[in-house]
Design a protein around this ligand. Structure first.
Ligand code: GLN
Length: 256
């Protein structure tokens, strides 16, 4: 079995270790004898190449990089990405990339970037005077938003650093509820969004390092769509990943 990972704009969109999500996804596949190949998506990538993707990963970026990739995304990649998502291909998009998958992102200088509108959400940066949302992020998952998610751990941990505030419309569901940190906007306790099998999140980390259940959910979804059969993934020894995950909870939300 082989999975092709489409990695969106690695040169421009990979802040705070988001490249780690690509490494972790590949390694967890390799440990189970599943091959991966990485398609580094940039303005030269053709529709045909992109259509081969079995999973799409996107990282964060600052406003400048976002404004550089948006026209290529809109003019050459938007329709294919929507088709891939609608076909059930999984994706994980962190911070700056999901801002571009929503309807609009208003940058810190007031310029509005028109996004792909795949995720029903809008993001607004209120300018340099409004404090950024920075720090560790602990949440409870909306497990019902994730098809066939069966792991017993209903929590996620990450690290956020964003100025944009995201507001969800009715066409998406939140990925999680904030227990500690800011999440989408610091107001309504929502964190991220889910569209089909695609996850938007403000959690860097790299996210998958402390959330192996989400890594495996993405692998299972990708195999399921590609090979059209129910896949049972071999268990891995995740004792240290879970220790890191749980440590964040005992540090920030100690049980009384
Ligand atoms: N430029 C965006 C913001 O500040 C995204 C930042 C990021 O990806 N970490 O909101």
């Amino acid at each position: 079995m082989i999975l092709t990972i489409a990695w969106l704009y690695p040169e421009l969109m990979s802040t705070y270790g988001d490249r780690g999500n690509v490494i972790i996804f590949s390694q967890r596949c390799r440990w189970r004898g599943i091959e991966t190949s990485i398609l580094r998506v940039d303005e030269k990538t053709t529709t045909r190449e992109l259509l081969n993707a079995d999973i799409i990963l996107g990282g964060g970026a600052q406003d400048r990089q976002q404004s550089l990739v948006i026209s290529d995304l809109r003019e050459r990649k938007g329709k294919v990405l929507k088709d891939l998502f609608d076909a059930g291909k999984p994706g994980l998009f962190v911070c700056g990339s999901p801002q571009l998958l929503g309807h609009t992102y208003q940058m810190a200088d007031g310029t509005v970037l028109k996004g792909l509108g795949i995720f029903d959400m809008e993001t607004k940066h209120f300018g340099k005077d409004k404090p950024r949302c920075i720090g560790n992020l602990l949440c409870t998952l909306h497990t019902e938003a994730l098809e066939e998610f069966s792991h017993e751990k209903p929590t996620i941990v990450g690290f956020e650093n964003h100025g944009g505030r995201t507001y969800l419309g009715s066409g998406v569901v939140p990925f999680a509820t904030v227990l500690y940190g800011k999440g989408n906007n610091g107001e309504d306790k929502t964190e991220g969004a889910v569209y089909k099998n695609c996850i938007a999140t403000y959690s860097h980390g790299p996210f998958l390092s402390k959330n192996p259940h989400i890594a495996d959910w993405l692998i299972a979804r990708a195999l399921n769509v590609k090979y059209a059969k129910d896949v049972v993934l071999a268990e891995l020894d995740d004792v240290y990943a879970w220790k890191a995950h749980d440590q964040m909870f005992s540090r920030y939300l100690p049980k009384k």
